[in-house]
Structures are given as C-alpha cells and as structure tokens.
Design a protein around this ligand. Structure first.
Ligand SMILES: Nc1ncnc2c1ncn2[C@@H]1O[C@H](COP(=O)(O)OP(=O)(O)OP(=O)(O)O)[C@@H](O)[C@H]1O
Ligand SMILES: [Mg+2]
Length: 262
C-alpha cells in the first residue's frame, strides 16, 4: 500500500550509504504488543512482529516464519476478505502465500493468516545493499507476474475508473487516460512485496489485496517510485530492462499521479 510506505523517510540518503533493515521505518517494531488474537492463533508457538505498515497495521511471524498474521484496524487499504480471496485465486498461476483463515477480534481489528513462504522481502536480509542484483530481478519478477496471471477469468478490476471512484474523484480528475494495456496487476508492486530466494531470484509475491485487471503501468509506476525509497536514485532503467519494456513517461506520470492520489 501506498505512498510513503516502504522506507519513505530515506529518499534523500546517499546511494552509497549502507542500507540495513533497521533503517526501514516498517522495521521500527519496538514496543509492539502481540494482540491476544494473534497469540491465540499461535497456540504457544513464538510470535514476532516483522513489519509495520503506514496505517499502523502489523504483520507477525509465527514460529519463525511458519505462518504470518497481518493485523490491523479496518481500513480501505486493509481488507482481509479481499486479500484472502485473491490469494486463493492467484496461487494457481504464481507463488503467493496460501491463505489459512481470517477474522476480527473483540477490539474490532481484523486479521489475515497465511502460510509462510521461505523467502525474504527484497528490502530485507541485506538485499537493499545489492541493488545491481536485486533491481533487475524485481523487474523480471513483475514481468513474470504479468505474463503468468491471466486477464481472462480474473474476477477483479483495478481500473482507473474504479480507483478514482473509490477516492470520490471525477473521471477526468487526472486528465485524459492513456491507452489501456491490460494485465492482471499485483495492486501494490512496491519492492517489499516481492520475495527473493537465497540466490536473489524473485520467487513469490505478497500483499495482493488489490490484485485486479488494470494497465501494466499501474504496477510499473509504484514499482519505480519505490525504488527510490529503497535503493536510492538511478535504478529505474535497470528495473525497466529487467521487465523488458521501454520507458513511457506519459503513462508513468499518469499512474504515479493516480497512485499518489490514493
Ligand atoms: N506468507 C508470507 N510468507 C513470507 N513472508 C511474508 C508472508 N506474509 C507476509 N510476509 C512478510 O511480511 C511483510 C508484510 O506483509 P504484507 O506486505 O502483506 O503487509 P502490509 O502491511 O500490507 O505491507 P505494506 O507495508 O506493503 O502495506 C512482507 O513484506 C513479507 O516480508
Ligand atoms: Mg507489503
């Protein structure tokens, strides 16, 4: 999910500075209490917070990554029902967490439990210090997603009109729409949502609550935007080369503005 998540505060740090997990605001996890419902789902297994999103939700790892529970208050950006259904559907085509169950607790907060995938977010585990390896792979990973997940039969849309409508914006709020090149979009193609194996290959995708048919640049724009937050400036060409597409400034601009309007 959007804008300044995923290491937003370090956009101005020099490219050469070491980038460690601890620099990422999403990893500032001190003082996070484990909610009772998460404790209950763990049934005595160890629980650790591993990620805090920009709307205050937290993902917990159970039993050292055997399972993950995403927990937070109801929000347009966090809909466990939507994510559960999408995870169930998309796993026929690409590797994504197997959804186990979801629900709400007495405090009105919601949770989603998934089976753990033995791979690491592209911004954790030291990967941010290897952009020359990781960035083209992120491009390849996104291309693989778009190539493998079929538009035909996808039950959801992530169209310009639906996104503008959700924000209460008129259809022409961002000016004329670019020509439509449909794919099934990931829906939050920011770098942390791509999981890498030990060799640095993109092997899985997480955070699929907004998956739906949209333009490929609807994913490319936030993916490129988040490179700056996570890897510093100057990596866009490497990403686009990995994806295998030429730069399209008009589409990138349109879909970046749409992303930033959310
Ligand atoms: N099933 C899983 N297997 C492996 N890692 C997972 C799994 N689920 C979540 N993670 C890890 O937890 C992190 C947070 O999960 P996720 O992206 O779903 O949460 P989020 O709060 O929606 O994130 P964002 O900040 O992008 O909005 C992921 O980047 C990944 O590192
Ligand atoms: Mg995420």
């Amino acid at each position: 999910m959007a804008e300044m998540s995923h290491a937003g505060s370090e956009a101005s740090s020099p490219e050469t500075a070491p980038r460690t997990d601890a620099d990422i605001p999403n990893r500032w996890l001190d003082g996070i209490a484990v909610p009772d419902v998460v404790r209950g789902l763990a049934c005595g297994r160890p629980v650790e917070p591993v990620w805090r999103n920009e709307i205050g939700g937290v993902t917990f790892s159970i039993d050292d990554g055997a399972e993950y529970v995403k927990y937070g208050s109801p929000h347009a950006e966090f809909d466990p029902d939507a994510e559960f259904e999408r995870l169930r559907w998309v796993s026929a085509f690409v590797e994504a967490p197997r959804p186990i169950d979801h629900g709400a607790d007495g405090a009105g907060n919601r949770w989603l439990r998934t089976a753990g995938i033995a791979a690491t977010s592209a911004v954790l585990g030291g990967w941010r210090e290897q952009p020359a390896l990781v960035v083209p792979e992120l491009g390849r990973g996104l291309r693989l997603f778009h190539d493998r997940v079929p538009v035909r039969g996808c039950p959801w849309t992530w169209s310009v009109s639906s996104r503008l409508r959700e924000r209460g914006l008129p259809e022409q709020a961002l000016g004329p729409w670019p020509e439509f090149d449909p794919v099934v979009c990931h829906g939050d193609a920011c770098n942390p949502n791509f999981l890498l194996n030990r060799d640095g290959l993109c092997v899985a995708y997480v955070d699929l609550g907004r998956l739906g048919v949209g333009d490929r640049w609807a994913d490319l724009a936030p993916a490129l935007l988040s490179l700056g937050w996570n890897f510093g400036s100057g990596w866009e060409e490497a990403f686009l080369a990995g994806y295998g597409i030429a730069r399209d400034p008009a589409k990138q601009d349109f879909y970046t503005r749409l992303w930033n309007a959310e």
